[in-house]
Design a protein around this ligand. Structure first.
Ligand code: SF4
Length: 243
């Protein structure tokens, strides 16, 4: 049996290296970004295609904005994106070295009829005389509340279903955060979140915009407020109703 070496992110990445790479990636991202006003940058054009990464958003309207207008972020979020990429890259490089007898693929694209996406780490290792596939999702968070963990699990289940459709049956999966490695009960999660791909398709075909923010408390600190059609509709309806 080939034992898997897997650790929390903070035990693997070096903060100095993260800082250095964050600056490099941030500069690259800024070269390709377009300033769209209100302190916001467009860093990726829209694809119109819902991918499992949309589950990482806490508001459905943010997912719709990404689908229809592209990735729009403030400078703080752009820096966070660059930092996240630096952490991912460093961890993935370490994982390959720490597991020399495991076949490792990082950021491999998965295309299926319904959607496409990129899993952080997919590996193949020998276990009890047979070769089994596994999946690792990296999240550079120190703690996860219930809602955030649920969204990440949906993202992982989407990858599991997509890989299965592509002929790669995933037998084990891990959610790795800054201070934790969580082994996931794949079969139970698959039953619990069996509708995830339909949920992604629903986002793609959603007509118009919700007339009220799904969770108004999130709008208070949301960087997308200046361009959010749902938020502006809600504000003007409130204004009219209070006249
Ligand atoms: S302003 Fe509110 S409704 Fe709009 S994207 Fe942000 S959190 Fe969602």
């Amino acid at each position: 049996m080939v034992k898997l070496v897997i650790k929390p992110i903070a035990e693997v990445v070096n903060e100095e290296e993260v800082r250095k790479r964050t600056e490099e990636y941030l500069n690259d991202m800024l070269k390709n970004a377009r300033i769209i006003g209100d302190g916001l940058y467009l860093v990726d054009e829209p694809t119109g295609r819902a991918t499992p990464s949309l589950f990482s958003y806490d508001c459905m309207v943010k997912s719709l904005i990404k689908l229809r207008f592209g990735t729009i972020v403030s400078m703080d979020s752009l820096r966070n994106l660059a930092r996240g990429k630096a952490i991912h890259d460093i961890y993935q490089e370490w994982f390959k070295i720490a597991n020399p007898n495991v076949h490792v693929e990082v950021e491999s694209g998965i295309e299926t009829t319904d959607t496409s996406g990129r899993a952080d780490i997919v590996y193949l290792r020998e276990f009890d005389g047979e070769e089994i596939w596994g999946l690792i999702e990296l999240k550079s968070s120190w703690s996860l509340n219930e809602d955030r963990e649920k969204r990440y699990l949906k993202q992982i289940v989407s990858y599991v279903l997509m890989l299965e459709e592509a002929g790669i049956p995933i037998r084990e999966a891990y959610l790795v955060t800054m201070k934790d490695v969580k082994s996931l009960p794949i079969n139970r999660l698959r039953r619990e979140y069996q509708g995830v791909i339909d949920e992604l398709k629903m986002l793609e075909t959603y007509q118009g915009w919700p007339i009220e923010p799904p969770d108004k408390s999130l709008c208070v600190k949301c960087e997308l407020r200046p361009i959010c059609i749902t938020y502006s509709t809600y504000k003007s309806n409130r204004f009219i109703n209070n006249q």
